[in-house]
Design a protein around this ligand. Structure first.
Ligand code: GDP
Ligand code: MG
Length: 304
């Protein structure tokens, strides 16, 4: 299980831990240069300027307090401080005790929404839940087809209409069908285009209205799917989304396997106050993990 994390986060691990180890080798005792280099490593590992500076300041304080002068010790302190940030994350899924739960997936085109729906659907099905997909991204024919193929492979029913049809109508259909068939979790794909904010908000309002009317409550989860490869840009993009869709309940980070920028997870958790619920560590349907802080830390900073 930990192997999956180590493999999936290999590039980030090599980027951060590789350079931290080199730093310790280069100067076994703590100096001003050590802190400068440390900050540089954190910033260029996509922890963001703000979080990096704060972390270095905290390391300095702790080093003083604990009367440490070994740079290896300082790195251990850094590890504790990073763990303090990520352990605030609560990855538990919201699921209604009775009746239908609705999970809505939003995010920029190409980040991995449709693939992630397949992964989460498969995971929930394995846990014994009855799941269904709704092809709410009616903007591209490819997206509908892609979800149908996943549905066939995973033997999960898919509710879809033609390309260009109204997403709200597909969602309406899917809620009706899910209720009729006693489905536990309905996973809804969306086009979620951010490059046109007004469009996104209008679409979200419409979707929200249909769900409220048909299901009588808010979705149990609104997941913002984020491509980890976008590094620091992901933070500002996520902030935009949250401003426009304040009910976002969880983040899902995709493509961590393909990037050295996994450090972005840390400022994301710290700044957004929205938990990371899942991380995706590859393209196959099994490459998804609940975000477990201990495993994430071991994945990027190695096992203690
Ligand atoms: N390596 C890797 N590729 C991924 C991951 N998640 C999605 N992809 C790929 O990213 C591409 C876009 O995914 P898709 O689900 O169509 O994105 P959408 O437009 O947001 O629905 C596809 O080629 C996926 O196979 C992941 O965790 N790791
Ligand atoms: Mg899609």
């Amino acid at each position: 299980m930990l192997n999956k994390w180590l493999n999936g986060l290999k590039k980030t691990h090599e980027n951060i831990l590789g350079r931290l180890n080199a730093l310790v080798k280069f100067g076994p005792t703590i100096s001003e240069l050590f802190y400068e280099n440390l900050e540089e490593i954190l910033v260029t590992s996509d922890l963001g300027v703000k979080t990096s500076m704060e972390l270095v300041e905290q390391v300095k304080e702790e080093v003083k307090k604990r009367k440490v002068n070994d740079s290896k010790e300082a790195i251990n302190i850094l590890r504790e401080l990073i763990f303090d940030i990520v352990k605030m994350n609560n990855q538990e899924l919201n699921i209604s005790k009775e009746g239908l739960s609705i999970y809505l997936f939003i995010g920029v085109n190409g980040v991995g929404k449709t693939t992630t729906i397949a992964k989460v659907g498969n995971l929930l099905k394995k846990r014994g839940l009855k799941v269904m997909f709704a092809a709410g991204d009616t903007f591209r024919a490819g997206a509908i087809e892609q979800l149908k193929i996943w549905g066939e492979n995973l033997q999960i029913p898919v509710i879809a209409q033609k390309e260009g049809s109204d997403p709200a109508a597909v969602i309406y259909d899917s809620i009706e069908a899910a209720k009729a068939r006693g489905i536990d979790v309905l996973l809804i794909d969306t086009a979620g285009r951010l490059h046109n904010k007004k469009n996104l908000m209008e679409e979200m309002k419409k979707i929200d209205k249909v769900i409220q009317r048909e299901d009588g409550k808010k979705p149990e989860e609104i997941f913002l799917v984020i491509d980890s490869g976008t590094g620091q840009n992901a933070l500002s993009s996520a902030e935009e989304f949250i401003k426009n869709v304040p009910d976002i309940s969880g983040l899902i980070l995709t493509k961590l396997d393909g990037t050295a920028k996994g450090g972005m997870t840390i400022p994301l958790i710290k700044e957004l106050q929205v938990p990371v619920k899942f991380v995706c560590l590859g393209e196959s349907v099994k490459d998804i993990e609940e975000f477990i802080p201990e495993k994430f830390i071991a994945g990027i900073l190695g096992e203690e």
